[in-house]
Every structure is written in C-alpha cells, then in structure tokens.
Write a protein of this length. Sequence first.
Lengths: 497, 393
Amino acid sequence: MLATARTFTLDGISARPVRVEVDVHRGLPGFAIVGLPDAAVREARERVRAALVNCGFEFPLSRIVVNLAPASLRKAGPGMDLAIAAALLRASGQLEWEGMDRVALAGELALDGQVRHIYGVLAIAEAAREDGAEAIVVPAENGPEAALAGGVEVVPLGSLAELPAVAAGERAPEPSPLRLWSGPAPGAPDLADLRGQPHLRHALEVAAAGGHSLLMVGPPGAGKSLAASRLPSILPPLGQEEALEVARIASVTGGLGAVLPAGRPFRAPHHTISAAGLIGGGSPPGPGEVTRAHRGILFLDELCEFRREVLEALRAPLETGEVSIARVSGRRRLPCRFMLVAASNPCPCGRGEDDPACTCLASQIQRYQGKLSGALADRIDLLVAVSQPSAEEIGGAPGEASAAVRERVRAARERQEARLGLGRCNAEMTTAEVRECDLDPGAAALLADLYSRRRLSGRAHDRALRLARTVADLAGVARVGEEEMAQALQLRRRDRV
Amino acid sequence: MSERRACVACLRRSWLLALLGPFLEKIATGKVGRRSPELLRLGNEDLVEVVAPKAGPGMLAELATLGEGWFAERLEEAECWAICRHDDRYPPGLRDAADAPWALLGRGSLGLLEGMEPQAAVTIVGSRRATSYGREVARDLARQLAAAGMVVTSGLAFGIDACAHRGALDAGGKTIAVLGCGPDSPYPAAHRGLWRSIAETGVVISELPPGSTPWRWSFPARNRVMAALAGMTVVVEAATRSGSLITADLAAELGRDLGAVPGPVNSAPSAGPNDLLAGGACVVRDAQDVLDAMLGAGARSLERTGPPLEEELAIVLAAVEAGATNADAVVAAIGSSGRTADPSDAAPASDLPARRASVALARLELLGYLATTPVGTFTRTLLSAPTTVVSDG
C-alpha cells in the first residue's frame, strides 16, 4: 500500500518542500530510502524502526521503499524522521488520517518515540506556509519558534505515540510565538565593564553610530576583545523585520535556543578558520560566520594571524552585504550585512616596537603589519591604538552603561535614516551622498589641507567625510564643523604612504 | 614661450646626441662606456669624427638646416622647456664641469633649477638592487634634507634613486630627476607615477631631446649632470662595480663633497660606500651630517620650528613628548588640566576629554608635529615647537 507525507529539507537559510512516498508491499523484508539522502537521512531507518516498536506500533515485516521527491534535490538532516514514520504508519494501515495531505511534518525521532527538536523550524514553518499547508506538526520544543512564522497552524508533538490522537483531531493548544528581543538580551555584557580608556569608548560609540568598521591595535590584555564583545549592547535595537531575519539564521544554524532570545549576533571566529567556514560553503551550501553575523558584529581577533586568502574572501561580502555561493545545483544568496570589528597586536610578540622588550625582527613586523595595510584594511574606517588601562582606571568607577550610550547611538542613527532612508547608515553612503555633506568653511579647509598636503586618495577623502558626518550626527548638528572634522581625521585609519 | 627657449646651436647638440645614440653605443662599451662623459667633452665636429666618421657629417648638415621654429615645435609637442649654457638661468653648478651638457630639456618648475647654487642641492645615488636598510636610509635622508630646504637630486632608477625622490616628496620638498632618456618619457616605465609627481612639484631634466630612448652610454652621461648639479653626492648603497660609483668619482673630480652611508662590512651592496669611506669620504649617518659637511658644522640645524601653538595643543604635545603614544594616554594626561566640562553639553562629562584629545591630535598631525604609525600610535616629528604660546580663545 502507498502513502505520502509532506516535509522539508534545509537549503542555505531557507527550506524546500519534500514529499515522502512510502510503499509497503510483500517481498523479502527490507527498508530502503532513495532520493539523494545524506547519511543522517539514511540512518532514519533505524530510528523509525525502533520508535515505531517502542510506541506500541508494529513494524511491518514487508518490503518498504521510501522515496524522497524531488529526486534531484539533496536531502540532509534528521528532520524527515517524523514524516517517514507517519507515512509508514499510514501505508501499513496503522494510522487513519483524513487530511494528512494538507499537513506538513518535521521532527527527529528518538528511539523511544520522543520527538526531538531540530534546526531551522522557523524557515520550515515559513516554507510550509508558502507551500500551502494548513498545519505543521513540529517537535513540542520548537513550537514557539514555529509560531513566529504565522499563517499556518502549529501542532506541537511530544511523542510519536500521540500521533493517532493528533490525526483524530485532538490537538494541544497552539504555542504562543517566541518573543524576539530587539535590544540586547538581559544579562548580556555591558559597556560599564570597560573602565577608563575614554578614547576607545569614543571610537566604539562613533563606530556603532555610523556602522563603521573598526580596527583596534594594542598589546594583549589591553581590553580589545572586551570592548568588541560590548559593541552589540550599544547598537540600536533591531527592527521587527530585522529581528526575524536574525532569528531565521539563528534557527537554521542551531543558535536559536528553545527559550533564549537572540538579539544582535556577535560572532568571533578563531583565526584558523577556513574561507568556506567564514563565507559559507559545503554541499548543500550552509551559512558561514559572515551570515551568522548578519545585522550584528563579526569580530576578527588577531587579524594578522588569519590566512591571507581568508581575509581576501571577506572583501566582496563586505561590499555587497550578501554572499553568493555557486553550486552545480544552483546559486544561493545568503544575507550578511554585518559590522566588521578587528583587533590585532602591534607585532608578533604583542609588545609593540616601542617596547624595549619587543624581540621581533624588523622583517617580521613588516610582514605582520603588511596584513594591516592589505586589501581588507581598505574596507576599515576607524583605527584605534589601545593601551593597557592604568591601575587607577581598572580599580576606578565603572564606565558609562550601555543603555546611555545606546540612546545616543539610536538618536544618531535616526538622523541618518531621516537623511538617507530607512535602515541605512553613514558607512553605506554612496560617493554622491558623501559629496552632499554640509561642511562649514573651517571643516572644509581642514580636509582640503590634508587632502593636498598628504596626497590623500579619493577613497580616504570620502572615508574621512563619512566619519565626520557620523561624529556630527552624534553631536546632533546638521552641519559638520571644524571640531567634528578634526575628530574624524584623528579616528580614521591612515593610508600607508 | 619665447623666453623659455635655448639657443639653436645648443639644441642642435641635443638632437645630434640622439642621432649619434647607436654609434656611441657601439664604441662606448666596456671601459670606454663607463667614461662616456669624456667623449661628450668634444665639440660637435670632433665628436662626429670619433664616433661616426661616415654618417656623422650628413647628420650635422641636416641639423644645420633646421631652424629655431622646428625645435620650438618639437618642444611644445612634448610639453617641455629648454635652457642652454648661454642662458642666465642655466644652473651655475653645471658650469664647473668641462663636459656639461650644452642644453637641458625638461618638464616641471623651471624656477627651481634657475640659478640653483650647488650648495642648495644634494645628490643621493645608489644601487638599483638595494636592501631594505638602504632603501629606508635613502628615504629618511631625503625626507630630512628636503624638510631642511635642500633640493634632492637623483636618477629615477629602481632602488635607492626612487626612495630618494619619494622621501623628498614625502616631506613636501623639492626634487630633481635627471634622466638618461628624453624628459618626456619615464624610464623605468614602472616609475611613471613617480615621474609624474616629480614633474608636478619638482623638475625632470635630460640633455637628450624628447622621444629619445635610453642608451647604455647615456646613464654615465646623466651621472655627470647629477654630480655637477649638487654640492654633495651621497652614495647610500652600491656594489663595487656600480654606476653610482661613477657619479661619486665625477663628483670628486669636480671638487664636490662626497659622502657615503656606512653599512655592514660583509654586505655586498655596502661595499661601494664602505670603500669610499676608507678613501676619505664623509660619513653620512643622517641629514645633519650632510648639512654639516656642506655648509659647515652647526651652520644649519635640521630641526625646524613649526607654527605657534594654542595652549591646549601645547599641553597635548607635551604629553606626547612625555611618552604618551596613543590617544587614551593623551586623554589621561590632559584630563587633569584645562577646561572643565560645560554642563550644557549633550555628551556626558567623561566623554569630553576624549573628544578634545582627538581634535588636538588631529590638528598637531596636520601641523606636522606628529606622525601616525600603521598601528595607530603617534611619534613626534623633528619639527620643534616655538616657546611662545598663543592664548586660546
């Protein structure tokens, strides 16, 4: 006898519909799964068999063939267990379900029949809605997440044994949608932990206000990582749509816990990461660190230790805000609008050339700092030299809390949105928009002086203007004055002569 | 344009050299090639007699038919000017050399060359395959000399030459490139950008007419121009058979000062300068050594005095001089002094010193008192601050 069920497989950060067809007929007993399954899908055989038996069903001693259609699409992950089990129960006559064709199922089975949580339920529920399903059966743990999608009835399921009841129409109350936090989650690290270091704080605030990329250079233990990890807490709160984007990616990559809200992501990949790990890749293509950092911070600690080709690979995503991965099966576009924050030691030993204890050779330092002035550095707007805070500073009063700084940043972003349009910030200003910046004569003279005397490149000129605009937005002035320009010139990354 | 024209006889000489190029190349190889300036001492007829007895007279006759207008046209096409030895503007240093070029063709600000005394210029030469040590020294030396108001002369070649020009440009100073080809084409081609920058802010000159290709003999020939133009020739790095040593010999023959930058005794590129030092050349460790040798000890100090500073800038500069190398350290140093926070200011008081420090540091960098390293720290430049302080506000 033949039965079918609807389910989904993850592809990039979205889900694609899959139809499970199960045929049970006489013959030598066996259980085959066809339709490009990966190892996790193939192993569903054993999980389904054990779950069926342990929930009091009978595992048919017949020839069972499971086909996953479309046959050309590669299927991955354990999320198809539930659909396979349900279709098998129907095909063997153990489950009566009138409207099963209008219901999608997703979930992993434990050997005792419990339905385990899976990744990407938000994307799956959205895909189910698009696919025209009336309801979707998901693991009970994933219920609130699935409810975020809206437009499709969510049926949480705790165990395979409850499936006949669900089929008969006895359904648990629909879960309420997961609450997404637009601001930082409670208990997230706070900028108050950064004591002293006023210049570094100022640079962080400017970077956050304009969405500018930032490079911190200083000896180990100077507070670079601490400062970077506090950045999400001073960024403006996420909008509703942005929060959903972040949640979708977190869901696919397993970062969206059953209860814990997301907020702005902060990703700090280790410097040994591969280009595929950073940008995304694999088959089927999965999101990399840049996509996981979407709408948040990508922090590259020890920038000079990253492999050159990895840093090179970062250039295009930084420019376009999305990653494009080409595979034989098609091209996937993954969003990656993140803020780049990098940190580096001044030299391989970390002490810095000016420290008499530095043992690095001139050639080593040159090679090391070469990466600071390479192609990626061209995409970095701010440069801050960070030094160890003094004993008084560390023992002193805590710094200003994130909430106060975030308020100023939010006000500055609002001014930018009023000028540039919704969701845009100064770092994204086009050359034409940069030229429209209103400068007072003093500021213009300062910039012109630098431009002619230091032979600044056009790119560096525009970068200085963008920064100056952000400083002015923070100060709340419509026109960039001499003081704002001077601050921007001091904060900007210098070009190598 | 008419006042910027050299006399026709001298211009004919330049075009004659271009026509004789391949003939000179043939006979001026080996030892003679290194001494091609000696050949150029000869007058037109004698030169033709020695170099190209058959084809030469025809060339002379042909050039004799060309009038002033023809030369003016060629120069205008190539956007070049020309001055000759009969001109008041001809650099006096070149008159000391018996084999000096009859005419100089060039691009850029002629005013720089006009009446330039040799004591106002330093020639920096050295190996094309220089080490990082040599390149760094050459660039620093040129930067300091240019900052002290000296004209830096060199030959636009790879290695030391290019670093010397770049150093002078870094400091916003004057530099002269003497070429072994026509003044309108950069050689080597990789230095097109550098050639253009020099033509914009300094001078590019040659004794060959526009469109001339470089010859093996034309490099020793341009070396004699470099040696004669400047009061001192400094060899930074040169292997024992390097062309830079020809320049050094020519400079010594003219009675110019000769300097050399010492290097490791086991380094081949430093063998040339080390030999010169053993032979009595001036030790050049920095620009001050050059200035002392040329102008007398203490006659001109390297340090320049910058524009006067407001009180706030003076405080920040003092903090940097006391060892603050980054902005946070400067904030800490000035935090305890100066203005108190304005309560009407939107930003919190804690933020104010950081903004003030940023502004002050940016101004000091623009005024030339500070320089920034690639890692974002500051270093104090050689510029010294005046003692008077302008009251602020």
